[in-house]
Design a protein around this ligand. Structure first.
Ligand code: FES
Ligand SMILES: [Fe+2]
Length: 369
């Protein structure tokens, strides 16, 4: 298992950015333990509906707030209003992390009786945390996908793919991997390009796809964008108009947790998606998942690619790895680093791209490599 240091990404072990930590529906008024960025957290939904994520250990005597089922605090319900009680001596902490009650003590509550809480946002049916080694405020927002709230579109539930023992760099590499589409997905790639813009990298691709489209079917056109180091949103026009949502979050240094979801435009063309639409959409999500599993299987069993042996036609891996390193360095360094890496890389076959993509995307103003 290779680490961030092995890849030479920067000063920090874990990157800065918004990261998915759970599917919203699974966060209820019962503390659950989650482990990301090499550390333990407690996650719960307060009675008001507010989601709270905090460091897992109680400052009193170090008890884990979310790994207990036998204490009567846990059995009777550790969540009160938006507060959480420790299962050991029942100290209660507010959603700001401050202890606000010690049931057996009439003395003052020490100011250090406090747990670090994390900035979270519910976004497209998931809970995201802002992780920042510098302790700063978010420097980008999660993009609005209007289709998520459009009744004509079916929003899937997250496929929970669990932990994979690869460094996130190996997953990110996929965005610049021009040569894997044929061998892995059976795609005769007609056009391909990458664009680097600040915290985003875009991949535009069109071609056949044996897993998602039958032989001789329409061209599958995708525009996949990493919004920061973790969230990959792909607009896909193939069998149905859809968005693929993939999120991965570092678990320890050299492993990631992965989720997958699909948002599909009503396959029957209804203004409000029907049960039949949901059935088709789930079938399509399973097909998309099968396509993703083709990448996943490779990641699961590969050795780390710390230093690749790249040839012409591979894609802009080195540029992408520099782009990705921005999240592992202080913002002061990022500012100096980024402008050199903006622009289009590895564009080819652009005549085959659909006109609307050439009009709205960057395809019409490209240099062909
Ligand atoms: S260890 Fe948490 S209240 Fe004592
Ligand atoms: Fe792939």
């Amino acid at each position: 298992m290779a680490t961030t240091k092995d890849y030479g990404l920067g000063e920090y072990t874990y990157p800065r950015g918004w990261f998915m930590v759970a599917e919203s529906a699974k966060v209820v008024d019962k503390p659950q333990a989650v482990h990301f960025f090499g550390q333990e957290f407690a996650l719960y939904r307060g009675k008001s509906g507010r989601v709270v994520l905090l460091d897992a250990y109680c400052p009193h005597m170090g008890t884990h707030l979310a790994r207990n089922t036998t204490s009567y605090v846990a059995q009777d319900g550790a969540i009160e209003d938006d507060c959480i009680r420790c299962p050991y001596h029942a100290w209660r902490f507010g959603p700001d992390g401050k202890c606000n009650e010690i049931p057996y003590s009439s003395g003052p509550i020490p100011p250090s009786a406090k747990i670090k809480t994390w900035k979270v946002q519910e976004y497209m049916g998931a809970v995201f945390v802002w992780h920042d080694p510098e302790g700063g405020e978010p420097d980008y927002v999660l993009p609005v996908v209007p289709e998520w709230t459009d009744p004509a579109w079916v929003c899937g539930s997250y496929d929970d793919l669990g932990v994979v023992n690869v460094h996130p760099q190996e997953a990110i590499d996929n965005i610049t991997d021009a040569a894997h589409f044929g061998p892995v997905h059976g795609s005769r790639t007609k056009f391909f390009e990458n664009e680097f813009r600040g915290h985003r990298v875009v991949q535009r691709m069109g071609g056949g796809h044996r897993t998602l489209i039958a032989e001789g079917g329409p061209m599958l056109v995708t525009e996949a964008t990493y919004h920061g180091p973790s969230l990959l949103l792909t607009r896909m026009s193939g069998l149905y108009d859809s968005w693929i949502v993939i999120a991965h979050t570092p678990v320890d240094d050299g492993s990631i947790y992965v989720w997958h979801n699909l948002i599909v435009k009503s396959p029957t063309g209804s203004a409000v998606a029907t049960d039949e639409d949901r059935l088709h959409a789930r079938g399509y999500q399973d097909m998309a998942l099968a396509a993703f599993a083709q990448d996943f299987e490779v990641w699961k069993h590969k050795r780390p690619n710390v230093q690749g042996l790249y040839v012409q036609g591979d894609g802009a891996f080195q540029k992408q790895r520099k782009w990705y390193s921005q999240f592992y360095n202080p913002r002061t360094k990022t500012a100096a680093l980024l402008p050199q890496f903006e622009g289009i890389q590895g564009a080819r076959g652009l005549d085959a791209a659909p006109q609307e993509m050439r009009d709205t995307g960057s395809l019409s103003r490209l240099e062909v490599a």
